[in-house]
Design a binder for this molecule. Structure first.
Ligand SMILES: [Fe+2]
Length: 512
């Protein structure tokens, strides 16, 4: 009776926060987007004193070389993953990779993608996340737990410290950056796995240049682990994470996490496991390191031996209701009609690392999803204004600066829709503004300043990391036997949105 009362209280708390968050979102006001920050959030006090890594440092680029080597000589993650999984099974891990945390028919969990830069934008997510974490049974980090290269020695400031006050276990799937360490750090932390015995690479040149896992400083790691040392924070026994891919079981739903390695290919052993797990009669949510739909484009990860991951997701017998991917540092949702069902394809990679632009996403028309069905965060106008202000400030190109209202009008002209957020007062779009938008990629143009991955890697250094808005986001998912509700909450870095996180999107999915 007591637990029912607590559950009802938590349900009410989430409903009230969601209702309030809707009114405070960036879809309603510029304040909600964090454009008029009265006070910086408390996250600044959580941050470590030391600076993180620098993408511009040649050492960082050298540490991230496996991405280039995988592109040139083929991605060996499949082979290495099979060895990790074999070693885990030899240590007694469940070959079906099930995680059994003892969940009832109704539960909530959090999902955040691409977290680990250890900087302001990662820590800015934390206070709002904690505020909305009450009653959640676990959290999932979807892709890129540690930048730049997954080292087991960097989990202190980029994982244990930021989430030290989150009271439940955290599971994770690796992203490409975690693979730059051969998954050594990831497996040590999440699966308590000892280092793999070195084995010669099948390609000699790749083997010669390939970055091997960094030896883990065990004393330092043990100290860091203490930050999340409460029994409720540790996943042990049947609730422990068995390997890089897994399925969290509950009575009503399976949460299936896959590892897409560096290049997105699913190895034969994992593909076979995914087919087996997908035959379970319960409804499912897929969590993947590479989103299937992103930027108005379809990118299903191939399976070794033929087919794609989306073939498995779409098969009606498998009962997938949503597929959520990290890797792209913003939020996007594509409700795709598949037969008589709708599958929600979601990008949720705004959990920490620098924001990737949404204003370069053209008018949506993919797999039958139209612009009006599509949702994204940040709004395209905010994304354009953010990058215009950033370049104006840091590269002293004042003329590219666009206010949020100007950028919203330019984007609505481009996308051919009404501005999502009402624009107050007359806004005159000048030729100067159009040139600025063109230069920032608001429409196709050969000469363009970087606003996505290239920006993140080489130019985010010169941007101001401490100034909100950050346009970060995380998901809270609520499961009952009948319904899965996915809510996207924003983190701007301002105190107002820390106290009442804006609700940027919400969708309810029938599980019956
Ligand atoms: Fe990432």
């Amino acid at each position: 009776m007591r637990s029912e009362k607590i559950a009802a209280k938590i349900w009410l708390m989430v409903e009230v926060a969601a209702e309030r968050g809707k009114q405070l979102s960036s879809r309603v006001s510029e304040e909600g987007a964090g454009w008029s920050c009265q006070q910086i959030g408390t996250f600044a006090q959580l941050r470590p004193d030391r600076d993180g890594f620098s993408w511009l440092n040649p050492r960082t680029l050298w540490r991230s070389r496996n991405e280039i080597l995988a592109g040139l000589f083929g991605d060996p993650s499949g082979e290495v993953r099979a060895r990790w999984v074999e070693a885990q099974e030899a240590r007694g891990a469940d070959p079906e990779a099930r995680v059994r945390p003892g969940l009832g028919p109704s539960f909530d969990f959090l999902l955040l993608g691409d977290t680990g830069e250890g900087d302001a934008s990662q820590y800015a997510v934390v206070p709002g996340l904690l505020r909305l974490s009450e009653g959640t049974s676990f959290a999932v980090v979807a892709s890129d737990v540690i930048y730049p290269a997954g080292s087991g020695n960097e989990y202190g400031d980029k994982f244990f410290r930021p989430y030290k006050d989150y009271r439940a276990p955290i599971y994770a799937i690796p992203g490409n950056h975690d693979w730059y360490d051969g998954l050594g750090g990831f497996m040590r932390v999440f699966c308590d796995a000892p280092a793999l015995r070195p084995k010669p690479d099948s390609g000699w040149l790749r083997g010669l240049l390939w970055r091997k896992p960094e030896p883990v400083d065990e004393r330092r790691l043990a100290e860091a682990r203490e930050l999340r040392g409460l029994p409720s924070q540790r996943a042990t026994g049947p609730a422990a994470q068995p390997g890089p891919y897994w399925a969290v079981e509950s009575e009503s739903l399976l949460v299936v996490g896959v590892d897409t390695g560096i290049a997105g290919l699913i190895d034969a052993r994992q593909a076979e496991w995914l087919r087996r797990v997908s035959r379970d009669p319960r409804p499912k949510v897929l969590v993947t390191g590479k989103p299937i739909y992103t930027r108005n484009d379809y990118k299903p990860s191939p399976l070794e031996g033929g087919g794609t991951i989306d073939d498995i997701v779409r098969d009606p017998a498998h009962r997938y209701v949503a597929a959520i991917g990290g890797d792209v540092h913003n939020y996007q949702r594509y409700p795709v009609r598949v037969g008589d069902r709708v599958i929600q394809y979601i990008v949720s990679g705004g959990g920490g690392a620098f924001m990737h632009a949404t204003h370069t996403i053209r008018r949506v028309d993919v797999a039958g999803v139209r612009e009006d069905d599509f949702r994204c965060y940040p709004l395209r106008g905010d994304s354009l204004s953010f990058y215009s202000q950033l370049y104006a400030r840091r590269l002293r190109m004042k003329w590219v600066c666009l206010t949020p209202a100007e950028a919203a009008c330019i984007m609505s002209e481009q996308i051919k829709n009404d501005p999502v957020r009402p624009v107050h007062g007359p806004v005159r779009i000048t030729r100067r503004m159009r040139w600025a938008a063109r230069l920032l990629g608001a429409w196709p143009w050969p000469l363009r300043l970087p606003v996505d991955r290239v920006f993140h890697r080489y130019l985010s250094e010169v941007s101001d990391w401490d100034t909100p808005p950050f346009f970060k986001q995380f998901l809270r998912l609520s499961v009952t036997p009948e319904t899965l509700t996915v809510r996207c909450f924003a983190a701007t870095g301002c105190l107002a949105q820390e106290l009442e996180p804006p609700l940027e999107d919400e969708v309810s999915i029938s599980l019956s």
